[in-house]
Ligand binder design. Structure first.
Ligand code: NAD
Length: 357
């Protein structure tokens, strides 16, 4: 049975991982050892919420935990990912759950991969959209062939994020905030790709500016011939996590849950088989994807992976898809640095080119 070390006690560490872990421990008592979750964060001395013991540093945490029976969650900003990974590995921890993105850029990715190889680490990247019931349903619908070939996938990932972007330095561009989730799903649904073009913009409020944290847009061309586009506006007045898939005979519009407040995804299927009339169906899918992702990660760490989970691209212990995500986003950053910034007037009118909201 496994204990937990949470490294980074910010929004993702204490706001997302801790409550989900406490729920998962109740749901799967045989997987998790008794004893509190241990947390470390040199930048904060938070009042420890129920179920969390805060250690003074990683060495102190090591004294409280047996590395062979501990899963370490890295909930630190992407800019320090590689350094913290090396520190944790040097203390003997081998099983890790790492927040997305796996690395900030290609240079950091090389350091992450070197640490993983040198210390024989087993790493699961937190990628809830890959574990989502909506993504599974889309993969099934596209996989059975009745909807024809995929022509285009557009993803919009909008939310207002003025305050966090202007006050916290945890992200260097909007490509790190929501976009890694979408790119992982696009690679799963359409296969490998290259970045065709990309742009970004700053967020401004009065005199305050956070460079590159306003919007991020990128287009991918997949090696199978399909095309996809992601647009994330962090200055939007509305929250939206939508995927629109156009195939030869259908349009699928999927809405991922927009926050931890409600975990039901929605899917609208508009099907026009071979010139016939269009049928429209709506599906509602319970979709607590982060809980599913973490439970799968712990089953994997305990050597109890279910057969279906073992083949999930980008699932527990599989870094390939996440490495490609970092590489495609690194290319997007380089292309965006040369492109004209895209400043939306309002995002609620038009989302991804060709796909009115
Ligand atoms: N905020 C979200 O809703 C959210 C959701 C999903 C994923 N994420 C991802 O989680 C990661 C963290 O994001 P966040 O929003 O929690 O950031 P955050 O700034 O709220 O928290 C990060 C914490 O890490 C701590 N930290 C920095 N260096 C450290 C070190 N060397 N050792 C231990 N702690 C250290 C900081 O003091 C801070 O408290 C990012 O990669 C982000 O993309 C965030």
């Amino acid at each position: 049975m496994l204990r937990t070390l949470l490294v980074g006690l910010g929004r993702s560490g204490t706001g997302l991982h801790l409550p989900v872990l406490l729920r998962a421990r109740r749901a799967e008592p045989g997987l998790f050892a008794a004893g509190p979750v241990v947390g470390v964060d040199p930048g904060r001395t938070p009042a420890a919420p129920d179920g969390l013991t805060v250690a003074a540093g990683l060495r102190d945490a090591r004294r409280l935990l047996d590395p062979d029976r501990t899963v370490v969650h890295l909930c630190t900003p992407p800019t320090v990912r590689d350094g913290v990974l090396e520190e944790v590995a040097a203390l003997g921890f081998r099983r890790l759950v790492v927040e997305k993105p796996l690395a900030a850029d290609r240079a950091a990715l090389r350091r992450v991969r070197a640490t993983v190889d040198r210390h024989h680490l087993d790493v699961t990247v937190v990628a809830p959209w890959l574990h989502s019931a909506l993504t599974d349903r889309l993969a099934t619908l596209l996989g059975d062939g009745t909807l024809g070939a995929v022509r285009h996938i557009g993803v919009t990932q909008h939310k207002p994020r003025f305050r966090r972007s202007l006050t916290a330095s945890s992200h260097t561009s909007a490509f790190e905030v929501e976009v890694p989730h979408a790119v992982g799903v696009l690679l799963r649904l359409l296969g490998d790709a290259h970045t065709e073009d990309a742009s970004w913009s700053d967020v401004r409020l009065g005199d305050a500016v956070a460079p590159r944290l306003g919007t991020a847009r990128l287009r991918l061309t997949h090696h199978t011939g399909g095309r996809s586009e992601v647009y994330s506006d962090l200055t939007s007045p509305v929250r939206r996590r939508r995927i629109v898939i156009d195939t030869d005979h259908a349009r699928l519009t999927g809405d991922y849950p927009i926050s931890e407040d409600d975990d039901v995804a929605q899917l609208l299927v508009e099907h026009r088989p071979g010139g016939g009339s269009t049928t429209v169906t709506r599906e509602l899918l319970p979709d607590d994807a982060l809980t599913r992702c973490l439970i799968r990660a712990y089953r994997h760490a305990a050597g109890r992976t279910a057969p279906d989970d073992a083949i999930l691209p980008g699932g527990p212990g599989d870094l390939g898809l996440h490495i490609r995500t970092v590489e495609l986003l690194d290319d997007a950053r380089r292309l965006a640095a040369m492109a004209r910034p895209h400043h939306p007037l309002t995002t609620d009118r038009k989302e991804v080119a060709g796909h009115a909201g």
